[in-house]
Write a protein that binds this ligand. Structure first.
Ligand code: ZN
Length: 182
């Protein structure tokens, strides 16, 4: 069954009249929107990252913070959105900075849970840069908590992943947190 037909069925199931003028193209538009919001499935990380890895002698932490993202919780298909902060300590190679944001996008644009998304971004960086360490932090508001359920607007869920040097050296984690807050 096409996604468009599925949206028509949902609207019918909630008692809507699909012939109502305002809904005429809604199943088609909703299907397009949902396809876009899940387009991360059709992007490969190779496309997104591999071509922008450069040799470097830099041994210091590289942090890209406040990467805005929009995702969908896989339990309710409602949005969760917020900011990702991604850091790594290079080992002879660095990534183009925009690629870190693109990596976040690839994993955000699909039904997700925040915990897995955090780990997937860290895994991707480890695999493609083989850095000395990786730390990823995601702060997000979940519409399934604010529009329904416990209805706590403004509450944020924070997840972090530390790998390599960040896991071994607590002071690196603190530096990361200070840089994120600065
Ligand atoms: Zn949810």
């Amino acid at each position: 069954m096409s996604m468009q037909q599925s949206y028509a069925n949902i609207l019918t199931a909630v008692g809507e009249d699909l012939n109502r003028p305002g809904l005429k193209d809604t199943p088609m538009r909703a299907a397009k929107a949902f396809s876009y919001l899940t387009s991360g499935y059709s992007q490969t990380l190779e496309e997104v990252t591999n071509k922008a890895v450069f040799p470097s002698d830099n041994r210091e932490m590289v942090l890209v913070k406040n990467i805005e993202f929009y995702s969908l919780c896989e339990h309710h298909l409602l949005p969760f959105y917020g900011k990702a902060h991604v850091a790594y300590i290079p080992d002879q190679r660095v990534a183009g900075l925009s690629k870190l944001a693109r990596t976040v996008e690839v994993y955000a644009r699909r039904p997700q849970i925040q915990e897995n998304m955090t780990a997937q971004i860290a895994d991707a960086l480890e695999e493609h840069l083989q850095p000395k360490g990786v730390m990823v932090m995601i702060e997000a508001e979940h519409m399934c908590m604010t529009m329904r359920g416990v209805q706590k607007p403004g509450s944020k869920t924070v997840t972090t992943i530390v790998r390599g040097a960040f896991a071994e050296d607590f002071s690196l984690q603190q530096t990361f947190l200070q840089m994120v807050k600065a």
